[in-house]
Design a protein. Sequence first.
Length: 450
Amino acid sequence: MPASTQPDVMDKLVSLSKRRGFIFQSSEIYGGTGSVWDYGPLGVELKKNIKDQWWKSMVRMRDDVEGLDAAILMHPRTWEASGHVAGFTDPLVDCKTCKGRFRADKLEDARCPQKPSKRPGEAEQCQLTEPRMFNLMFRTFMGPVEESASTVYLRPETAQGIFVNFLNVQQSTRQKVPFGIAQIGKAFRNEITPGNFIFRTREFEQMEMQFFVEPGTDMTWFEFWKAERMRWHQSLGLSPDRLNFHAHAGTELAHYARAAFDIEYDFGGTLGFQEIEGIHNRGDFDLSRHQEFSNKKLEYFDQPNNKRFLPYVIETSVGADRTTLAALVNAYREETVEGEDEGRTVLRLHHALAPIKAAVFALTKKEGMPDMAHRIAGDLRHHFPVDYDETGSIGKRYRRQDEVGTPYCITVDTESVKDGTVTVRDRDTLKQDRIGADAVRGYLQERLPA
Ligand code: GAP
């Protein structure tokens, strides 16, 4: 894949994320856990906003999609039926010289750790083993005895919790096909080559929706969901020119898929366009396999037409962490500011995603300014996540908020105490409005999404 024309901001984001409390290396004081990350105070808000927006558009705003929260630990037969025990493998090669491990099918994207200008296997000293298949599922034990009968897996995708609950949800909600089931939850994959910050990790969150349809109508629904999901990414501010569809051809298709497209985002630098979401036509692969392995009928009864059938499934599957990374990359800017020597770093996050919606400043700690600013912040807190700050120069405080993407800053100054007005500064236009303190909430409510 050719390098992107967009800048590589990954190292800058890793550093900003740690400094400002978005994302930390997991278990950092012990030297870190490989490719596992913790979300700090601002990161947890950002990722939660992404998950809330997904839930709102996929479940709350639709009467044909129901929500679910299935357990991570499932009956081990689930993963035999799904094909994961036999087939969820990547070909692994080891280098006997540098002890590096690489995916045999992705060697062209990898670098020799000892000679980064070469690919693994290309340098003179490389000694690659023959590829061996490596199952990506994490195994653990249910109950106190470590015996094979109690082996369970950490789910590698949330989708299977939806398939096994298909009839439970359909019958309890009296939904008629076509309808969908959506859930957000953790998934685990023992990736051979994780990396690129939170792009590919071993523990991550998925937002998945399975839409059950009558066979024959599947490609129409496939096209519907493809368009709908692209619209969602754009609605949250991802630049249209950094998004595209990638069609899976023949050998790229997963074992369950009749058709598949990825939505890709251009992360910049050498990473370039990469998958953030998969849209798959899974046919009746999953329901028929679960029917076979469980010996339970999973057919849908179409009462008006008096017929039974196994629905086909259109799946939309997006990573919450990957979307968080795309949102951060998309928002990151280094800008010059007119009339100021120092430029600014700003996260131009969509207002719906910004972790803090407004910051309230007291210009100085005197003349009743902090009291008034605290009162305003206290009122706004009932409605939005708000930050209060009274330290450092006002310029520095603006910069701190720009860097974490806060859309509005409200300043209480000497005049405020006299006439009850405050300034509201817009992150993107840098324009300042002077308005009555009692009008601040309405002003923000008009400009921030509900
Ligand atoms: N149920 C289908 C499924 O899981 P997938 O393409 O393997 O499909 C869907 O995964 C999405 O989950 C990806 O587009 C990506 O956003 C996210 N994802 C998958 N593996 C990941 C990993 N190791 N780290 C972070 N996100 C991952």
